[in-house]
Design a protein around this ligand. Sequence first.
Ligand code: WTA
Length: 614
Amino acid sequence: MIKKDELYYPTEEFKKNAWVNDPKIYEEAGSDPVKFWEKLAKELFWFKPWKNGFLHKPPYFQWFAGGKINITSNIFERDWETRKDRTALIWEPEPVNEKPRIFTYTELLKEVCKCANYLKKMGVKKGDRVGIYLPMIPEAAVAMLACARIGAAHSVVFSAFSPDALRVRMQDTGAKVLITADGYYRGGKFIDLLKNAKDGIKETKIKKLAVVQRSGKTPWQEEKDFCKAAEMDSEDLQFILYTSGSTGKPKGCMHVCGGYTVQANWTGKWIFDFHKDDIFWCTSDLGWVTGHTYTIYSPLLNGITTLMFEGAPNFPAPDRWAQIIEKRGVTVFYTAPTAIRMFKSYGEDILKKYQFNKLRLLGSVGEPIDESAWLWYYNNVGKEKCPIVDTWWQTETGGILITSLPGMGPFKPAFTGLPFPGIKVEIKDGNLVILPPFAPGLLRGIYKNPKKYSETYWSQYGKKVYFTSDGAIIDKNGLIRIIGRVDDVIKVAGHRISTGEMEAAINGHQEISECAVIGILDEIKGEAPAVFAVYNGTRPAEEIKKEIISQIQKVIGPIALPKEVYLAADLPKTRSGKIMRRILKKLWAKEELGDLSTLANPESVDKIKKILYG
Ligand code: WTA
């Protein structure tokens, strides 16, 4: 049994069979990271080799410049003889009685080609952007891969985002085609996605909707099943994925073909120790970066089986996720601390009947994992034999950058571990930063917004230092612990939500003059939003609160729903008019407030105390 603050190492057997088990790799990579990444990149398939490993014109940089590549050629054409009959994708539907759908690499390639040919027929060309607003069905993977096949950049929008949220993203991309579906099952209900899609494309450039039926019927059924892969420049756009930052508008993170492919391939291989018989289940929806890189690209690049599950992990029973692991023989399981805390809340009894004999490695991502969740995961899911890789990364980094490697460790509860070989990080004034040459998969820009790119990531410590917006500490072994965001982003159930974006949504309510959103502690979700809105009218408070909630639902979607909504007459502000969210946070947590003399309206604090504590 492992205890708090103890270091933990893989079993001898795990170590022996792991791809990486010699710490010398850190020295080798660290002494010349560019050379190291070039060596890894060479194992991929390139139509044409690159001229320059790394070029740096701060704050811009390039990897493998001059090279030509296609990520799908590295999935479907590399090592083809060994992988063509292997299972690429297992799709588990939410309804228990429905049959799973299983695709070999050959079958998946055929679907991808059909979809690619269909996109071409609709006029999609290399360099175009294509919107994807699909639930967790196999066609979502097919659509992403089809875009990559023809060199169009996909921009996936999480299916639980609202029509308004879809619209803002599609307007920014300028996409002319959106691939969507009639609906999907979640928590036992059939969700009408098409209605949202139709609503969301109003006032965008989207002229064509490609609608997949949840039953598996696709608009590309009749197309030819071969399509040649487009030869892409290393620095051509692979995809755009929107994420939340400090301000109201989501940012389109740009990822490129060469570097992203290299990083997706190698981080998966070494961190999840992918071997040919592995069945990998990454629980992330494809709408998030974790779903892009580790539900789809990384396992498929490595020729293993990836599992996609349509529904809620606790539906129709709390142990649905455990049933899937057991039934499918999942060998590597990757999920978020929120899910782990939820499983834990159901008690250990429901897990007694599961042996999880095939499981050999566990992963965690998306938010800090606390010691007790870590230990529970280790003891009850890993049965005290599976290493846990606590992986730190961001939408911006494209792939994992910090985690101890499973064949070496050390692992320490609540610590993410060591930077991946070849990655140079530092902690400056408590802030985690990344130093050149960064990572091949790091974002190359914010779509149509170079100013935001420079300001957000390259201004705090100069143009050559990538600012992560995460606070971190380091222990005497060099292991890194992530404390959390230092900006206005909160991680709610692992989902990245901007409090600024929520505030902008609430301010859209005619009768709300001002508001502040803060993250508050939540036992399962880690953090949850709490809203403080200024309302001085005469209508019933309950009505206003409901409208605030529906306003958030409309502009963002159900993932950002607040845990609490408070109406106040006034919010604490500085003399220059800035709302002091820090004070609200302390009030909520009942912490010492400290000096309030800088406030323009100190009396507001007492009023809020009354609202909170009665
Ligand atoms: C947080 C998700 C602690 C962090 C891949 C980061 C983590 C943000 C971890 C990015 C981890 C991610 N431990 N915190 N292992 N992984 N984070 O863009 O605050 O959705 O900045 O990417 O999640 O969230 P995003």
